[in-house]
Write a protein that binds this ligand. Structure first.
Ligand code: SAM
Length: 304
Protein backbone atom coordinates (compact mmCIF):
# COMPACT_ATOMS: atom_id res chain seq x y z
CA UNK A 1 0.00 0.00 0.00
CA UNK A 2 1.26 3.52 -0.80
CA UNK A 3 2.41 5.60 2.17
CA UNK A 4 -0.35 8.17 1.76
CA UNK A 5 -2.98 5.44 1.45
CA UNK A 6 -1.67 3.87 4.66
CA UNK A 7 -2.04 7.15 6.46
CA UNK A 8 -5.49 7.74 5.01
CA UNK A 9 -6.53 4.23 6.08
CA UNK A 10 -5.39 5.03 9.63
CA UNK A 11 -7.25 8.38 9.80
CA UNK A 12 -10.31 6.93 8.07
CA UNK A 13 -10.45 3.99 10.46
CA UNK A 14 -10.09 6.19 13.53
CA UNK A 15 -12.63 8.73 12.22
CA UNK A 16 -15.07 5.90 11.45
CA UNK A 17 -14.73 4.61 15.01
CA UNK A 18 -15.72 8.03 16.40
CA UNK A 19 -18.61 8.38 13.95
CA UNK A 20 -20.03 5.12 15.30
CA UNK A 21 -19.28 5.55 18.98
CA UNK A 22 -20.05 9.28 19.33
CA UNK A 23 -22.65 9.68 16.57
CA UNK A 24 -20.73 12.64 15.07
CA UNK A 25 -20.07 13.64 11.44
CA UNK A 26 -17.14 12.13 9.60
CA UNK A 27 -15.27 15.49 9.69
CA UNK A 28 -15.69 15.61 13.49
CA UNK A 29 -14.32 12.08 13.54
CA UNK A 30 -11.27 13.19 11.48
CA UNK A 31 -10.63 16.02 13.96
CA UNK A 32 -10.84 13.59 16.85
CA UNK A 33 -8.43 11.17 15.13
CA UNK A 34 -5.92 13.99 14.48
CA UNK A 35 -6.20 15.26 18.06
CA UNK A 36 -5.47 11.76 19.37
CA UNK A 37 -2.50 11.52 17.04
CA UNK A 38 -0.99 14.81 18.22
CA UNK A 39 -1.60 14.02 21.88
CA UNK A 40 0.18 10.68 21.40
CA UNK A 41 -2.89 8.63 22.33
CA UNK A 42 -3.12 6.87 18.95
CA UNK A 43 -0.22 7.34 16.53
CA UNK A 44 -0.02 5.81 13.04
CA UNK A 45 2.88 3.40 12.62
CA UNK A 46 5.51 4.51 10.12
CA UNK A 47 7.54 7.58 9.19
CA UNK A 48 5.82 10.52 7.60
CA UNK A 49 7.12 13.77 6.25
CA UNK A 50 5.05 16.96 6.16
CA UNK A 51 3.65 16.33 2.74
CA UNK A 52 2.69 12.71 3.50
CA UNK A 53 0.78 14.04 6.51
CA UNK A 54 -0.90 16.82 4.54
CA UNK A 55 -1.90 14.46 1.74
CA UNK A 56 -3.21 11.78 4.11
CA UNK A 57 -5.32 14.39 5.91
CA UNK A 58 -6.42 15.85 2.56
CA UNK A 59 -7.82 12.47 1.45
CA UNK A 60 -9.80 12.13 4.68
CA UNK A 61 -11.11 15.69 4.38
CA UNK A 62 -12.15 15.13 0.77
CA UNK A 63 -14.17 12.12 1.92
CA UNK A 64 -15.77 14.15 4.73
CA UNK A 65 -16.52 17.12 2.51
CA UNK A 66 -18.25 14.97 -0.09
CA UNK A 67 -20.62 14.06 2.73
CA UNK A 68 -21.38 17.48 4.14
CA UNK A 69 -19.58 20.67 3.12
CA UNK A 70 -21.23 23.60 1.30
CA UNK A 71 -19.51 24.86 -1.86
CA UNK A 72 -18.04 27.84 -0.02
CA UNK A 73 -16.50 25.65 2.69
CA UNK A 74 -14.79 23.26 0.29
CA UNK A 75 -11.10 22.62 0.87
CA UNK A 76 -8.68 23.89 -1.78
CA UNK A 77 -7.13 20.74 -3.28
CA UNK A 78 -3.42 20.57 -3.96
CA UNK A 79 -3.99 20.57 -7.73
CA UNK A 80 -4.68 24.31 -7.18
CA UNK A 81 -2.45 24.85 -4.14
CA UNK A 82 0.66 23.61 -5.94
CA UNK A 83 0.16 26.11 -8.79
CA UNK A 84 -0.33 28.92 -6.25
CA UNK A 85 2.76 27.69 -4.38
CA UNK A 86 4.81 27.70 -7.56
CA UNK A 87 3.81 31.32 -8.21
CA UNK A 88 4.63 32.33 -4.62
CA UNK A 89 8.04 30.71 -5.00
CA UNK A 90 8.65 32.66 -8.25
CA UNK A 91 7.51 36.03 -6.88
CA UNK A 92 9.64 35.64 -3.73
CA UNK A 93 12.62 34.06 -5.48
CA UNK A 94 15.03 36.87 -4.49
CA UNK A 95 13.84 37.08 -0.87
CA UNK A 96 14.12 33.32 -0.45
CA UNK A 97 17.55 33.26 -2.14
CA UNK A 98 18.73 35.71 0.54
CA UNK A 99 17.53 33.21 3.16
CA UNK A 100 14.95 35.65 4.49
CA UNK A 101 11.70 34.41 5.99
CA UNK A 102 8.39 35.47 4.46
CA UNK A 103 5.14 35.97 6.33
CA UNK A 104 1.92 34.75 4.76
CA UNK A 105 -1.75 35.16 5.66
CA UNK A 106 -4.79 33.18 4.50
CA UNK A 107 -7.85 35.18 5.64
CA UNK A 108 -10.22 32.29 4.76
CA UNK A 109 -8.00 29.43 5.89
CA UNK A 110 -10.70 26.71 6.12
CA UNK A 111 -8.94 23.39 6.72
CA UNK A 112 -5.52 24.99 6.12
CA UNK A 113 -4.85 22.84 3.07
CA UNK A 114 -4.08 25.74 0.69
CA UNK A 115 -1.82 27.61 3.13
CA UNK A 116 -0.02 24.44 4.20
CA UNK A 117 0.46 23.25 0.60
CA UNK A 118 2.19 26.58 -0.14
CA UNK A 119 4.16 26.62 3.13
CA UNK A 120 5.41 23.04 2.65
CA UNK A 121 6.51 23.91 -0.87
CA UNK A 122 8.48 26.94 0.32
CA UNK A 123 10.07 24.97 3.20
CA UNK A 124 11.10 26.47 6.53
CA UNK A 125 11.54 30.09 5.47
CA UNK A 126 7.89 31.00 5.97
CA UNK A 127 5.54 31.68 8.87
CA UNK A 128 1.79 31.62 8.47
CA UNK A 129 -1.38 33.17 9.86
CA UNK A 130 -4.96 32.23 9.14
CA UNK A 131 -8.47 33.51 9.86
CA UNK A 132 -11.60 31.39 9.83
CA UNK A 133 -15.16 31.70 11.13
CA UNK A 134 -16.08 28.02 11.14
CA UNK A 135 -15.43 26.25 14.49
CA UNK A 136 -14.68 22.83 13.11
CA UNK A 137 -12.53 23.92 10.14
CA UNK A 138 -10.27 26.14 12.24
CA UNK A 139 -9.67 23.27 14.68
CA UNK A 140 -8.76 21.01 11.76
CA UNK A 141 -6.39 23.71 10.43
CA UNK A 142 -4.76 24.02 13.87
CA UNK A 143 -4.07 20.33 14.41
CA UNK A 144 -3.04 19.83 10.78
CA UNK A 145 -0.47 22.67 11.02
CA UNK A 146 0.86 21.21 14.29
CA UNK A 147 1.24 17.73 12.81
CA UNK A 148 3.09 19.26 9.84
CA UNK A 149 5.22 21.34 12.22
CA UNK A 150 4.38 24.54 10.42
CA UNK A 151 4.11 27.75 12.49
CA UNK A 152 0.62 29.12 11.84
CA UNK A 153 -1.13 31.66 14.12
CA UNK A 154 -4.89 31.24 13.91
CA UNK A 155 -7.69 33.76 14.48
CA UNK A 156 -11.22 32.49 14.95
CA UNK A 157 -13.30 35.41 13.69
CA UNK A 158 -14.92 37.15 10.73
CA UNK A 159 -11.98 38.17 8.53
CA UNK A 160 -13.87 41.17 7.16
CA UNK A 161 -13.91 42.78 10.61
CA UNK A 162 -10.79 44.45 12.09
CA UNK A 163 -7.84 42.05 12.44
CA UNK A 164 -5.00 42.25 14.93
CA UNK A 165 -2.41 40.92 12.50
CA UNK A 166 0.78 42.78 11.52
CA UNK A 167 1.23 43.52 7.81
CA UNK A 168 2.42 40.43 5.92
CA UNK A 169 4.57 39.85 2.83
CA UNK A 170 1.98 37.70 1.08
CA UNK A 171 -1.65 36.68 1.19
CA UNK A 172 -3.04 33.49 -0.34
CA UNK A 173 -6.80 33.09 -0.42
CA UNK A 174 -9.39 30.86 -2.06
CA UNK A 175 -11.96 33.60 -1.59
CA UNK A 176 -15.47 32.75 -0.34
CA UNK A 177 -17.90 33.68 -3.10
CA UNK A 178 -21.30 35.33 -2.65
CA UNK A 179 -22.92 38.41 -1.14
CA UNK A 180 -21.72 39.76 2.20
CA UNK A 181 -24.85 40.20 4.37
CA UNK A 182 -23.64 43.11 6.55
CA UNK A 183 -24.39 45.83 4.01
CA UNK A 184 -24.03 48.69 6.47
CA UNK A 185 -20.57 47.60 7.61
CA UNK A 186 -19.34 47.02 4.06
CA UNK A 187 -20.59 50.45 2.94
CA UNK A 188 -18.89 52.18 5.85
CA UNK A 189 -15.55 50.37 5.88
CA UNK A 190 -14.79 49.26 2.32
CA UNK A 191 -13.96 51.33 -0.76
CA UNK A 192 -15.07 48.56 -3.07
CA UNK A 193 -18.70 48.47 -1.83
CA UNK A 194 -21.67 48.39 -4.21
CA UNK A 195 -23.71 51.56 -4.67
CA UNK A 196 -26.89 49.79 -3.71
CA UNK A 197 -27.55 46.51 -1.94
CA UNK A 198 -25.07 43.93 -0.75
CA UNK A 199 -21.46 43.82 -1.94
CA UNK A 200 -19.76 40.64 -3.09
CA UNK A 201 -17.81 39.01 -0.24
CA UNK A 202 -15.12 37.97 -2.76
CA UNK A 203 -14.52 41.64 -3.62
CA UNK A 204 -14.37 42.61 0.05
CA UNK A 205 -11.89 39.81 0.73
CA UNK A 206 -9.57 41.20 -1.94
CA UNK A 207 -9.67 44.71 -0.43
CA UNK A 208 -9.22 43.33 3.09
CA UNK A 209 -6.29 41.18 2.03
CA UNK A 210 -4.57 44.10 0.26
CA UNK A 211 -4.94 46.14 3.46
CA UNK A 212 -3.19 43.40 5.41
CA UNK A 213 -0.16 43.46 3.09
CA UNK A 214 2.96 45.55 3.53
CA UNK A 215 3.79 47.92 0.66
CA UNK A 216 5.08 45.86 -2.26
CA UNK A 217 3.58 42.64 -0.81
CA UNK A 218 1.72 40.19 -3.06
CA UNK A 219 -1.81 38.80 -2.94
CA UNK A 220 -2.50 35.45 -4.67
CA UNK A 221 -6.24 35.00 -5.02
CA UNK A 222 -8.26 32.07 -6.31
CA UNK A 223 -11.28 33.87 -7.74
CA UNK A 224 -14.26 32.91 -9.92
CA UNK A 225 -13.13 33.05 -13.57
CA UNK A 226 -16.07 35.35 -14.36
CA UNK A 227 -15.14 37.87 -11.64
CA UNK A 228 -14.76 40.69 -14.17
CA UNK A 229 -18.14 40.10 -15.77
CA UNK A 230 -20.48 40.96 -12.90
CA UNK A 231 -22.44 44.18 -12.40
CA UNK A 232 -20.07 45.03 -9.49
CA UNK A 233 -16.89 44.43 -11.51
CA UNK A 234 -16.30 48.14 -12.13
CA UNK A 235 -15.91 48.77 -8.38
CA UNK A 236 -13.33 45.99 -8.27
CA UNK A 237 -11.52 47.45 -11.29
CA UNK A 238 -11.46 50.93 -9.77
CA UNK A 239 -10.10 49.62 -6.47
CA UNK A 240 -7.46 47.43 -8.12
CA UNK A 241 -6.33 50.26 -10.39
CA UNK A 242 -5.96 52.76 -7.56
CA UNK A 243 -4.28 50.52 -4.99
CA UNK A 244 -2.42 47.71 -6.71
CA UNK A 245 -0.26 46.68 -9.63
CA UNK A 246 -1.76 43.70 -11.44
CA UNK A 247 0.97 41.09 -11.83
CA UNK A 248 -0.82 38.11 -13.31
CA UNK A 249 -4.19 36.68 -14.31
CA UNK A 250 -4.00 32.93 -14.78
CA UNK A 251 -6.92 30.87 -15.97
CA UNK A 252 -7.04 27.35 -14.51
CA UNK A 253 -8.16 24.33 -16.57
CA UNK A 254 -11.94 23.98 -16.31
CA UNK A 255 -11.72 20.18 -15.87
CA UNK A 256 -10.38 20.82 -12.35
CA UNK A 257 -13.84 22.01 -11.36
CA UNK A 258 -17.10 20.10 -11.11
CA UNK A 259 -18.99 22.61 -13.26
CA UNK A 260 -17.82 25.16 -15.82
CA UNK A 261 -19.57 27.95 -13.81
CA UNK A 262 -17.44 27.07 -10.75
CA UNK A 263 -14.11 27.41 -12.58
CA UNK A 264 -11.48 29.66 -11.04
CA UNK A 265 -8.53 31.81 -12.01
CA UNK A 266 -5.53 33.01 -10.04
CA UNK A 267 -5.26 36.75 -9.70
CA UNK A 268 -1.91 38.11 -8.47
CA UNK A 269 -1.82 41.69 -7.21
CA UNK A 270 0.99 43.73 -5.73
CA UNK A 271 0.24 46.42 -3.17
CA UNK A 272 1.35 49.85 -4.36
CA UNK A 273 3.93 51.77 -2.33
CA UNK A 274 6.51 54.51 -2.59
CA UNK A 275 9.25 52.38 -4.16
CA UNK A 276 7.05 49.82 -5.86
CA UNK A 277 7.13 50.03 -9.65
CA UNK A 278 4.63 48.41 -12.03
CA UNK A 279 5.75 45.41 -14.09
CA UNK A 280 6.32 45.97 -17.81
CA UNK A 281 4.15 43.03 -18.83
CA UNK A 282 1.26 41.54 -16.91
CA UNK A 283 1.34 37.74 -17.10
CA UNK A 284 -1.86 36.58 -18.80
CA UNK A 285 -1.88 32.81 -19.09
CA UNK A 286 -4.03 29.73 -19.26
CA UNK A 287 -2.82 26.62 -17.40
CA UNK A 288 -3.02 23.57 -19.68
CA UNK A 289 -4.87 20.51 -18.42
CA UNK A 290 -2.87 18.70 -15.75
CA UNK A 291 -3.00 15.47 -17.79
CA UNK A 292 -0.77 17.02 -20.46
CA UNK A 293 2.73 17.02 -18.89
CA UNK A 294 4.53 18.54 -21.93
CA UNK A 295 2.19 21.52 -22.11
CA UNK A 296 2.40 21.93 -18.33
CA UNK A 297 6.19 21.95 -18.39
CA UNK A 298 6.12 24.61 -21.09
CA UNK A 299 3.66 26.66 -19.01
CA UNK A 300 5.92 26.58 -15.94
CA UNK A 301 8.98 27.48 -18.03
CA UNK A 302 7.10 30.48 -19.46
CA UNK A 303 6.13 31.65 -15.96
CA UNK A 304 9.63 31.44 -14.51
N1 SAM B 1 -8.38 27.37 1.35
C1 SAM B 1 -9.27 26.68 2.26
C2 SAM B 1 -8.79 25.25 2.46
O1 SAM B 1 -7.81 24.82 1.84
O2 SAM B 1 -9.45 24.54 3.25
C3 SAM B 1 -10.70 26.69 1.76
C4 SAM B 1 -11.29 28.05 1.73
S1 SAM B 1 -13.03 27.96 1.47
C5 SAM B 1 -13.16 28.15 -0.24
C6 SAM B 1 -13.52 29.54 2.11
C7 SAM B 1 -13.49 29.58 3.63
O3 SAM B 1 -13.81 30.91 4.04
C8 SAM B 1 -14.49 28.67 4.31
O4 SAM B 1 -13.81 27.81 5.19
C9 SAM B 1 -15.41 29.62 5.09
O5 SAM B 1 -15.84 29.11 6.33
C10 SAM B 1 -14.51 30.83 5.26
N2 SAM B 1 -15.19 32.13 5.42
C11 SAM B 1 -16.26 32.61 4.72
N3 SAM B 1 -16.54 33.86 5.10
C12 SAM B 1 -15.63 34.19 6.05
C13 SAM B 1 -15.40 35.38 6.82
N4 SAM B 1 -16.15 36.47 6.66
N5 SAM B 1 -14.37 35.37 7.71
C14 SAM B 1 -13.59 34.27 7.87
N6 SAM B 1 -13.77 33.12 7.17
C15 SAM B 1 -14.77 33.10 6.27
Amino acid sequence: MEKIEQLFTFIDGEAGRFVESENVTYLDGVLEALNNWISGEKIPEGEWDRNDIRKGIQLALLKGMRESAQVNHQMTPDSLGLIVGYLVDQFFEDTLAENKTITMLDPAIGTGNLLLTVMNLIGDKITGAGVEMDDLLIQIAAVSADLQQQPVALYHQNALMPLLIDPVDAVVCDVPVGYYPDEEYANKHYEIHAEEGMTYAHHLFIEKAMNQLREGGYGFFLVPSNIFESEQARHLFAYVKANTWIQAVIQLPSNLFKKQQLSKSIFVLQKKGENVKPVKDVLLAKVPTLSNPDALEQFFCTCS
